[in-house]
Design a protein around this ligand. Structure first.
Ligand SMILES: [Zn+2]
Length: 396
């Protein structure tokens, strides 16, 4: 499947888009690192340029790619030009794009990225890993964001950094959610604040650890492995737990939103703390929890998130429930049925959700996405996961 008809154009643009590709002499996984999906987030770009100089065909098992996201926005050092490239990977948009007469700046980038991505999936061999590098406008510990699938949880739990899951319920159309829907391990790594030097160091550490955890490099007698592991461990300040998003303040069109100065991601907040102003009205916290990704830049629709830690007991419980496909029991209940025979989405009557806590659906791997007046549509990552591809890997 490819969207681009003119092959010569594809080739010239793709040469610029690819930071590096190393195909090792020995067999191994295919690892794809993306950077600069947001044009003002350069830490991953700089880190990949540096490490690709250190790799060679002899030292890498399998294939490693470094790919740039938004070329035009990177040139201008802006998050995006026309629309956010990391919010347009919806099935509707991907269906429409081949039929559009004119494409905006980000749709052009998307079309090329889509072609590159599918060419890799078709021509290279698994297991596949997709990593997307970002930075944030606020100060932050480095952290991983994932769609809530067990393969993602298991793989990302090897890194000594906090993991935030369930972001797919709050964001529409991030690229990684699209790749995750295809069934592959895919994680976002937010390495620090946009301008911080440490954000680059954290990306370099993350790249080496990814190669080690996937056996793309031999880490058994490497001093560097310990160095990179400790780098992330120290900067994460022992917060390497699993968190879930419980709230997002979405900035509405024409809303004048201003975050109160000085918040860092993962900072504890209490109920009634003043967080921001919206059209000059104070916004108070409704939670005793942690603030996450407060917005300190002009572009972006997510004002701030609130996250809470998930207790290890519930993480284990949900792994067990999903492995025995406990969701089959749900559809026995009135008002809950499969959307289609693929069983990757549930349609739930809103009357039912009054009795059923959202957390039960979360435990079973379902995340709420679309709603009409009477029904919720809950998507599941488990049933589309290519678990077979990964189950013989050490980390699984
Ligand atoms: Zn970003």
């Amino acid at each position: 499947m490819t969207l681009i008809k003119n092959k010569s154009i594809t080739k010239t643009t793709i040469i610029n888009r690819i930071i590096g590709k190393i195909q090792g002499v020995k067999k191994g996984p295919t690892i794809v690192f993306f950077a600069g999906i947001h044009g003002n987030e350069k830490a991953g770009v700089i880190a990949l340029k540096k490490v690709f100089k250190e790799f060679s065909e002899e030292t890498i098992n399998g294939t490693v790619y470094g790919i740039l996201g938004n070329l035009k926005a990177l040139e201008k050092n802006q998050r995006y030009l026309d629309e956010d490239l990391n919010r347009i990977w919806t099935s509707e948009q991907l269906k429409n794009i081949p039929h559009k007469a004119t494409l905006n700046a980000e749709e052009k980038e998307q079309k090329e990225l889509f072609a590159v991505l599918h060419r890799i999936i078709e021509n290279d061999s698994g297991p596949f890993y997709f990593i997307d590098f970002h930075t944030t406008s606020s100060k932050t510990l480095p952290f991983i964001t994932i769609n809530d699938a067990i393969i993602n949880r298991k793989f990302s739990s090897q890194f000594p950094v906090p993991i935030v899951l369930g972001i797919e319920e709050y964001l529409n159309g991030p690229m990684l959610s699209y790749i995750n829907e295809l069934g592959y391990v895919s994680l976002g790594f937010e390495s620090g604040q946009h301008e911080e030097k440490e954000a680059i160091v954290n990306c370099i550490s993350f790249i080496y650890l990814t190669l080690a955890f996937t056996n793309a490099i031999d880490s058994s007698n490497s001093k560097d492995y310990t160095k990179y592991y400790n780098q992330l461990k120290v900067v994460s300040k022992k917060q390497d737990k699993v968190f879930e998003i419980v709230y997002l303040h979405t900035i509405k069109q024409d809303e004048i939103f201003k975050m109160k100065e000085g918040f860092k991601s993962f900072e504890d907040i209490k109920k009634k703390t003043v967080l921001a102003t919206s059209n000059n009205q104070l916004i108070f916290s409704k939670y005793n929890a942690k603030i996450f990704m407060p917005l300190y830049q002009k572009k972006g629709k997510e004002g701030y998130f609130i996250i809470k830690e998930i207790a290890p007991f519930f993480l284990k419980l949900s792994t067990v429930l999903r492995s025995i496909k406990a969701d089959n029991v749900l559809v026995i209940l009135p008002g809950i049925f499969w959307e289609n025979t693929n069983k990757n989405a549930l349609i739930v009557n809103l009357k039912v959700t009054r009795f059923f806590a959202k957390s039960i659906f979360h435990l079973l791997g379902y995340r709420n996405k679309q709603a009409d007046a009477t029904h919720l549509k809950l998507y599941n990552r488990e049933r589309v996961s290519k678990t077979e591809m990964y189950k013989d890997q050490q980390w699984y």
